[in-house]
Design a protein around this ligand. Sequence first.
Ligand code: IMP
Ligand code: MG
Length: 185
Amino acid sequence: MNNDIERILIDEKELSGIIADIAAKIDRDYSERVKNGKKLLLLCILKGSVVFMGDLMKTIETPVEIDFMKVSSYGGGSKTSGAVNIILDIHRTDLGNCDILVIEDIIDSGRTLSYLCEYLRLKGANSVKTCTLLDKPSRREVDFTPDYTGKVIPDEFVVGFGLDYDEKYRALPYVGILKRSVYDK
Ligand code: IMP
Ligand code: MG
């Protein structure tokens, strides 16, 4: 295990199970819509969601299209700043035919996803739902409930499986709690 990790919160086996469960629910909810001509667009929020997105898109059986957006709500370290900036946008002319499922690594204050959902609806998406691997509901600053949640976790700063602290630890194959000594300096 990496030396900066206090303990593993979700190991690889549990992560696979979580992703299989979510994929089955997405297939149940979207397969008919896709058969009837709508596109299921998995919208990965860079960078933290790439690992979750990669595994999820392989597990969902319904045909999907993928796209990427990059937003920032964090000033870098482990503390939230509040503002949401769009750094990379999607440019599609078929949004009216797209059922967008926003794929997020973790929901904390809820600001990123509540802003993004409103933005995508205004852009003309046929529907917008959200799927998060992790949720820290105790940290919510705005009222927001995701449509699909992998696991609710306590208020700890976690890294791995795509999640970072200062761009590090994204490639760890598990979700681990970062030692406080790493960021409380
Ligand atoms: P929100 O807008 O406060 O919900 O912020 C969500 C974003 O904050 C996530 O996409 C992550 O990039 C980041 N974030 C929140 N909590 C953690 C954490 O425990 N570890 C790593 N990143 C986090
Ligand atoms: Mg991040």
